[in-house]
Design a protein around this ligand. Structure first.
Ligand SMILES: C[S@@+](CC[C@H](N)C(=O)[O-])C[C@H]1O[C@@H](n2cnc3c(N)ncnc32)[C@H](O)[C@@H]1O
Length: 214
């Protein structure tokens, strides 16, 4: 799974002009709902530096793990919505955060705050389950509607790219993880039914002119 996430992340980075590790070195990056910090390690591998990496996590147990895993980054314990922050960021990540927030008003607040904190030419990456065939419907999780995110982008100058249906159907995931990647990727590409609506939505803040590309 981590491999496929990395693979698609790198492909999307290229689309926004990040083509080498050196491009990430000086980027100011925020990971909202960072959990135990595993994502920070992936980002360091791709060239990000802990000094420019900011992570915010609500859950104290996960935050403690994050602090141990990534001690040199700027780590904040608490609700992102109440975080007083004067920074603007080149890259902001919401990795599997929004679908675990079932209250739509809170979700909207998080999305809006992320967009407000983007630098011009900065990008917000939302990696999550999206509606339409997503198995994620329960009292604890709600799949994301693309329009739920898009409604916050109509006020400003944003360009939207998305890469969906790229990950494994959860039920088959364990079984297929035994298949070698050389076979797995073509298998998933050919048989779309094995995939679910999980993927990245990337929103880039432009300096001028409305641009909505899907
Ligand atoms: C499903 S986990 C994903 C963790 C991590 N991003 C990952 O990909 O492994 C969602 C995380 O978002 C955190 N979270 C939810 N709402 C938050 C908020 N308002 N502020 C900060 N963290 C939040 C939760 O505590 C949880 O750790």
């Amino acid at each position: 799974m981590a491999y496929t996430q990395q693979h698609h992340l790198v492909a999307l980075f290229k689309k926004i002009g990040i083509t080498s590790e050196r491009n990430l070195e000086n980027k100011k990056i925020l990971d909202v709902g960072a959990g135990s910090g595993v994502f920070s390690l992936l980002m360091y591998k791709l060239g990000a530096t802990p000094q420019n990496f900011y992570a915010c996590e609500l859950n104290p147990v996960r935050f403690e793990k994050l602090r141990v895993l990534s001690p040199s980054s700027n780590n904040y314990l608490g609700d992102y919505c109440s975080l007083q922050n004067s920074n603007k960021f080149d890259l902001i990540f919401l990795n599997a955060v929004l679908t675990s927030v079932v209250n739509f008003e809170v979700r909207a607040k998080i999305i809006k705050k992320c967009l407000d904190e983007l630098e011009v030419d900065g990008s917000l990456f939302i990696f999550d389950y999206y509606k339409k065939g997503s198995p994620l419907k329960s009292d604890h999780y709600r799949a994301l509607d693309i329009s739920e995110v898009m409604q916050h982008t109509t006020q400003g100058d944003f360009c939207i790219k998305k890469k969906l249906r790229i990950y494994l159907n959860l039920r088959l995931g364990k079984l297929l993880s035994l298949v070698h990647l050389d076979f797995l990727i073509p298998l998933l590409t050919t048989f779309r039914i094995l995939n679910t609506n999980v993927g990245y939505l990337v929103i880039t803040k432009k300096s001028s002119g409305l641009k909505h590309n899907e």
